[in-house]
Design a protein around this ligand. Structure first.
Ligand code: SF4
Ligand code: SF4
Length: 325
């Protein structure tokens, strides 16, 4: 136990699960590089995860498909990334908690009360405000009501996935439930000063798991959010387009484009822009962090980017396979 707090630290728990100090330090070094921090930051991250007690996390889901939770927690084998997230104290999670019914609702309210001002609030799913929000309810309360109540006591708010960030698929035209993102649902409370926590959008459909863990680790280490862009996305992960780091970029620059998914150009690795790739206008970390235990990403495996981390990607003119330009 490394802190005076009753909860063990993240590292204490990792050690119990057999994670070696070497793996832990190499994870901290990796996280520092993902967050575009100097190498010395790895030590600060390691000290934080070793000495601070596990943060309380309240995860509220509204109009969602569970893909964001799956992205983080359902890897083929436990990764250090997944284990780190497991060590955050998930005091309330619609999908993962064992409790149900009144007991679950009580657990959420108690977690908010006990950790008021200190917990991380994670939101996934679009937030419907049509018909006063009753189109999505839990325990008789609307999603928007639950989120607004929980946001008041949060130290950090992370909207994971494109639905929580911008409304996503539930907000697709004609948006029958008047769904929107967390910032839309909280705007007036932010303006009134009733919600003071930094709000970070971590879009993607699903979001890259390292982004979710990375922003929380950054917050624990430095007590603030990483620098954000004009869509409230953390710049270390969303500062570049997937096109900027795509291995097909040399072919794009030469004007060499595949015309079908099985032509000679596709076999040679030509650029997929003419097959609908939205990489040039999509900011995300897929090409650098990669998916499936850092195995691959769409353009590497032969498909274009759908632009899932951008607002309104579902409604884009021309659809998934329409040419950008
Ligand atoms: S495949 Fe897409 S991301 Fe890659 S170079 Fe072509 S347009 Fe850019
Ligand atoms: S490559 Fe594009 S569509 Fe695929 S996950 Fe990354 S941002 Fe989303």
């Amino acid at each position: 136990m490394s802190s005076s707090d009753a909860r063990p630290s993240i590292y204490d728990d990792l050690k119990r699960q057999g994670v070696s100090r070497r793996s832990f330090i190499s994870y901290c070094t990796y996280m520092a590089s993902l967050l575009a921090l100097p190498p010395s930051a790895a030590q600060a991250i390691a000290d934080t995860l070793t000495n601070k007690s596990r943060p309380s996390v309240i995860w509220l889901s509204v109009q969602e498909c569970t893909g964001c939770s799956e992205s983080l927690l359902r890897s083929f084998e436990p990764t250090l990334e997944g284990l780190i997230f497991d060590q955050f104290s998930l005091d309330y999670h619609h999908v993962l908690q064992a409790a149900a019914g009144i007991a679950a609702e009580r657990a959420r309210d108690q977690a908010i009360e006990r950790n008021f001002g200190k917990y991380v609030l994670i939101i996934d799913g679009g937030i419907p405000t049509g018909r006063s929000g009753v189109l999505s309810t839990t325990g008789g309360k609307s999603g928007v009501e639950l989120i607004r109540a929980a946001a008041r006591g949060a130290a950090l708010i992370v909207a994971v996935g494109s639905c929580a960030a911008y409304g996503g698929i539930p907000a697709a035209a004609p948006n029958p439930t008047n769904s929107g993102g967390a910032l839309d649902a909280l705007r007036d409370l932010i303006d009134q000063g009733a919600v003071t926590a930094p709000i970070i959008n971590a879009p993607g459909c699903p979001p890259v798991p390292e982004v979710m863990t990375g922003v929380i680790v950054y917050f624990l280490t430095y007590g603030k959010s990483p620098p954000l862009d004009d869509l409230s996305r953390p710049i270390p992960f969303f500062g570049r387009t997937v096109h900027d780091d795509c291995p097909r970029l040399p072919f794009f620059d030469q004007g060499l484009f595949a015309k079908t998914f099985d032509d000679e150009g596709a076999r040679r690795g030509y650029c997929l822009k003419d097959l609908g790739c939205k990489g040039p206008t999509t900011f995300n970390a897929c090409t650098t962090v990669k998916w499936n235990q850092k195995t691959s990403f769409p353009m590497l495996s032969g498909h274009g980017c759908l632009g899932c981390a951008q607002p309104k990607f579902w409604d884009r003119e021309g659809g998934f396979y329409g040419k950008l330009f």
